[in-house]
Design a protein around this ligand. Structure first.
Ligand code: GDP
Ligand code: IMO
Ligand code: MG
Length: 437
């Protein structure tokens, strides 16, 4: 089976959605396998913009079946809204979408916990998307307070919700007594109501039932039948719970290592791994970011690249390309080829910098540190490349790019030790350059 995977090599929003949409042309199945409604993937076709959060970016191709696999945390209200929104935009969503009955479900207590812990944990907040992602994964791993998508169809759902709500309310009340409105929790309702939540989720269950299935069985059959599967990573490798910039990470394996566990398909069936990078670096939320440009350059990139969160609308932090970090992600994920995105955003900057090493305690290294304190203290070592002035959004081949832009892309490939296969010069499907051999 020629399985393909697309992952982000930075802190998310590398434009994975655009690449998945492009590659889907040659695939029959597209699988989301981790994360949840914290993801915001964008596809622009024929000048129309589509935002995706839980639904795989393959949904626009008629011949494709989209799978939300076991490793995703499912917010039923959010996916229903997304389905409605896409249908209004004319996208067909029927039996071309299937959702794993093993996927864990996000409940109102998860988003409440996201807010609560963000406020009581102290230190620099993680700055999550507040979508309840971490708390849902925590309950999944903890097992005793978890509900899976398939459980929504069981007759004991009300009892199950009631048991969990009783426990959660005891925890919330205990913590809530210590909180005050200065923590940004004014208007907080500490009491969850099991009956109300059950009524809401019973409606979701009815609407979503046609989409539920054992996606593990489906995907393993697809492997046996040699069908072409594309795996769509969410977030970025540096946000990986085990191998990213902990604790400023998301709660799933968002590097290339998460594909097998999240989808239920053994990793040896993934034959080609695409690593997606922006031509610079962005990050949303807290945590160290060595090449951040909290200055005119950063603002310029933000405005030029429209770097505001797809999900939360927060301004993204912007900085130079960090080859130390991206090379680490590329090696970690077993990346075969690179996609360099948003190259057009750098047009007009005279001198471009790329971070090629980290200086720590006087020693320069190209190793990405395991501990957050070290990452906080590294001083980036830069090399400079000449920029270009031309608008490159109309370029469709390498030959149409200014030589400085070609050199910049080639240098990124060299530093990451992988060939660049795709260069993107604008959000639209057509604003794409396929690099020949
Ligand atoms: P994802 O989460 O990795 O799918 O990325 P997002 O959709 O959150 O963010 C990428 C943004 O960049 C989206 O608004 C895309 O439409 C846009 N985009 C994608 N490729 C390009 C490009 O080459 N140039 C520009 N200017 N924008 C792009
Ligand atoms: P896509 O798939 C960028 C970030 C949040 C926060 C941290 C933890 O669109 O690339 P969480 O809500 O997951 O517990 O937040 O991770 N984050 C993302 N940043 N792109 C994403 O997804 C992200 N998903 C989560 O901003 O710093
Ligand atoms: Mg995004």
């Amino acid at each position: 089976m020629p399985g393909t995977c697309v992952i982000g090599l930075q802190w998310g929003d590398e434009a994975k959605g655009k690449i998945v949409d492009l590659l889907t042309e040659h695939h029959e199945i597209v699988v989301r396998y981790q994360g949840g409604a914290n993801a915001g993937h964008t596809v622009v076709k024929d000048g129309r913009k589509f935002k995706l959060s839980l639904i795989p970016s393959g949904i626009f191709r008629d011949h494709v079946r989209c799978v939300v696999a076991a490793g995703v945390v499912l917010n039923p209200g959010a996916i229903l809204e997304e389905i409605d929104r896409l249908r209004v935009q004319g996208v067909r969503i029927e039996d071309n979408l299937t959702i794993s009955d093993r996927a864990h479900v996000i409940f109102p207590w998860h988003s409440a916990e996201d807010r609560l812990y963000n406020n009581i944990a102290g230190g620099e907040p993680i700055g999550t998307t507040m979508r309840g992602i971490g708390p849902c994964y925590r309950d999944k791993v903890g097992r005793s307070l978890a509900i899976r998508f398939g459980d929504l169809f069981r007759s004991d759902l009300h009892d199950r919700i009631k048991t969990i709500v009783d426990v959660k309310n005891r925890i919330f009340r205990g913590l809530f007594d210590e909180l005050d409105s200065s923590m940004g929790l004014a208007g907080w309702d500490a009491d969850l109501n099991a009956d109300k939540i059950h009524a809401e989720y019973a409606v979701y269950a009815k609407k979503l039932r046609p989409f539920a299935s054992d996606t593990n069985a489906y995907l393993l059959d697809a492997v046996d039948q040699d069908r072409r599967i594309l795996f769509e990573g969410a977030q970025g490798s540096l946000l990986d719970i085990d191998h990213g910039t902990f604790p400023y990470v998301t709660s799933s394996n968002s590097s290339g290592l998460g594909v097998a566990a999240g989808s239920g398909v053994p990793s040896r069936f993934v034959r080609k791994m695409y690593g997606v990078v922006k031509a610079y670096t962005t990050r949303v939320g807290g945590g160290p970011f060595p090449t951040e440009q909290d200055n005119e350059i950063g603002s310029r990139i933000r405005e030029q690249g429209n770097e505001y969160g797809t999900v939360t609308k927060r301004p993204r932090r912007c900085g130079w390309f960090d080859a130390v970090a991206a090379r680490y992600s590329a090696r970690l994920g077993g990346v075969d080829v690179l996609c360099v995105m948003l190259l057009d955003v750098l047009s007009g900057i005279d001198e471009l910098k790329i971070c090629t090493g980290y200086k720590l305690d006087g020693v320069v290294s190209d190793r990405f540190p395991s501990m957050i304190e070290d990452l906080r203290n590294v001083e980036p070592v830069y090399e400079s490349l000449p920029g270009w002035k031309e608008d490159i959004t109309g370029a469709r081949s390498f030959a149409e790019l200014p030589k400085e832009a070609v050199n910049y892309v080639k240098r990124l490939g060299e530093l990451l030790g992988r060939p660049v296969e795709i260069v993107s010069v604008g959000p639209d499907r057509v604003q794409t350059i396929r690099v020949q051999g």
